[in-house]
Design a protein around this ligand. Sequence first.
Ligand code: PLP
Length: 376
Amino acid sequence: MIYLDNAATTKPLAEAFERARIYAEEKFYNPSALYSEGYAMQGELKTARSALLSKVTDESAFELIFTSCGTESDNQAIFAFARRGNAVTTTGEHSAVFAAFAELKNRGIAEPRYAPLQKDGRVDVDKLLSLVDEKTSFVSVMHVNNEIGSINDINTIAKLLKQKNPRTIFHSDGVQAYGKIPFKLCKEVDLYSVSAHKIGGLKGVGALIKRKSLVLSPYIIGGGQESGRRSGTENTFGIKQFEYAAESKFKDLKTDFERLKVYREKLWERLDKEVYARISPVEGTPYILTVSAIGLRGEILLHMANDKGLIVGTGSACSSNAKTRYSKVVLACGYDEKTADGVLRLSFSAQTTEEEIDQAAEILNEIGRDLKRRMQ
Ligand code: PLP
């Protein structure tokens, strides 16, 4: 089986799993317990926090709160900081942000405003800034788009935003960026969401990176864990496995980035252009190649590929329950419904091999030509 749906989730890294096993089997103590075994777990969490944080920020200015997933991190950020007035985001966001913005309106908290995307999937920064005024409490712009892989320059956006309204809080969903693309957060980014299972960690572990000076009202309250900002007994095994997976990912980040760029281009070169059109921009993340078999249905191709041993996606796995069958992001980029309907998302991990890329191209060409013939 060739797995090219790594933007949906990745296989947990075996080595990280083995290293963390001790926290499931032996060091299973509750970090809030007063005896030494429990207290020692606080130290383990601190090490993990610092390791995960230091990869993308200056630890003196930022802190990290563990959550259960990227969705929780996004929701925590939005519901803590969007206030009366308006809140601005983009039409390309993952549903973890998009649906939460809709909820701001439903609950009468803030008026959501949506900045359009350019054809390449990046937000139109001028239009985004034009939506920001003195009543804008919160702005959220994703770092790497999960459906087509475009990369927003969030540091520049954050700086421009603060020039326009220094009181506005800036959040970015970094779930598809963290551990995959090289970057450091600048101090104008207030909040940044990450998720373990996109980089070889486990599902059910995420984090919200936050500028230290920002006071956060918690979304989940109870026993006061995470310094009162996220209650619930910490998933120590999952957190340590996340720490080790991130260690491994960041160690090879630049070489993986360059290698996958070559693989992504190789896959694109080998695809039959009579069947597939490219959606993903060349400057986007090398971890995602989104194409469209215009006039065919991506969902049918997904099943045909599945039968031949190739697993691919059609967009966001997390939005597969949505009523619309079209890729929301591809439509938001200005493509028509026929193009959006034919979308296949091929997404890679550091474990993806060149042979898999070759075989995937063969399978995709075979099924694409086959379906096209049958549709004529
Ligand atoms: N944000 C983006 C960009 C994503 O791709 C995803 C998952 O696909 C999420 C948020 C949600 O993350 P999680 O699955 O950890 O809740």
